[in-house]
Design a protein around this ligand. Structure first.
Ligand SMILES: [Zn+2]
Length: 305
């Protein structure tokens, strides 16, 4: 269906146009649907396999703002990491946000394809991109359950936990919530475990690898407190770098890998791709951060060096 919001300058359908089925096949060669978790809902959500695809937008979440961006840009396909529909749905009326999202996608002719846990376990995937951004070498899977999720690797040299937090901060996009750290700022870390997104169900794996520090997100009070109690104040230290930030680096990797998988067909069809600039983390601002931060060690006075 045509939508007045779409670009009136758009060219007419062309023999060279890629079809949605071609792009979906390329995405699913990179991120096979069968590698997703049983509970997950991945793959094509809206769209017609025969529809031409000329513009592809990548975003972490299919929010209403992201769908608006896709419509306004004239995207034919929106690729997101998080599912729009994960639980049972009995209505897509616009009276709910989910219904309004589905309706907007269908009205504007925007296909939606989701790569979630199948993108988490891919190599390169969400956690390998995060591990690469932190400069980790000798990477191996974090998970011991065969799911291949998360990564463990080594920093080039040992650094203080405080300096490592700065490395994380520099590697990731800025967020309203910043980065939270649990552990002595002067402790030394070298072996690093990472898991993009929610990772507080992986502490056993982190300990089994002997990691000094674990970078993930959505860390809750009780699991964190219990893990820190088990560690008796020592490693593994914990870094909560935010769900959106730890996963959003994957979007550019996915965009480039898709273009690689489409090869010359993408160039011939003049496919345009881009990563959304919309930050879909739900937090807006913080107050009072560091109000309870322990005072740094005071250097001895009286000496001259
Ligand atoms: Zn996530």
């Amino acid at each position: 269906m045509d939508d007045p919001a779409r670009d009136p300058e758009r060219r007419e359908p062309d023999q060279r146009d890629l079809r949605l089925r071609d792009v979906v096949a390329a995405l699913e060669s990179l991120y096979p649907l069968e590698s997703a978790a049983d509970w997950d809902r991945v793959g094509l959500v809206t769209g017609e396999p025969d529809q031409p695809v000329r513009r592809i937008l990548f975003a972490l979440d299919p929010t209403l703002a992201v769908i608006d961006e896709a419509r306004e840009w004239g995207a034919d396909l929106l690729v997101t990491h998080h599912p729009l529909l994960l639980r049972g749905v009995h209505s897509v009326a616009t009276t709910s946000a989910k219904g309004a999202s589905v309706t907007a996608l269908v009205r504007a002719g925007v296909a939606l394809w989701v790569g979630h846990t199948n993108a988490d376990v891919a190599d390169p995937g969400v956690s390998t991109v995060l591990a690469d951004a932190l400069g980790l070498t000798d990477q191996r899977p974090l998970s011991r359950d065969g799911g291949n999720a998360g990564r463990v690797g080594e920093l080039a040299e040992p650094v203080s936990l405080a300096d490592f937090a700065d490395v994380v901060s520099a590697a990731l996009p800025a967020t309203a919530g910043g980065i939270r750290v649990s552990g002595d700022p002067d402790a030394t870390v070298r072996t690093v475990a990472v898991m993009g997104g929610s990772g507080d169900d992986r502490f056993d794996d982190v300990r089994a690898h002997g990691a000094d520090v674990y970078v993930t997100a959505d860390l809750r009070h009780h699991p964190v407190l219990e893990a820190r109690e088990e560690a008796r104040g020592g490693p593994p230290y914990l870094v909560d770098a935010g769900h959106w930030a730890t996963e959003s680096l994957w979007l550019e990797s996915g965009r480039q890998r898709l273009l690689g998988a489409l090869g010359h067909r993408a160039a011939a069809a003049r496919v345009e791709t881009r990563v959304s600039a919309i930050r879909t983390e739900p937090w807006t601002f913080v107050v009072g951060a560091n109000a309870a931060r322990p005072a740094p060690a005071v250097p001895p006075t009286g000496g001259v060096s």
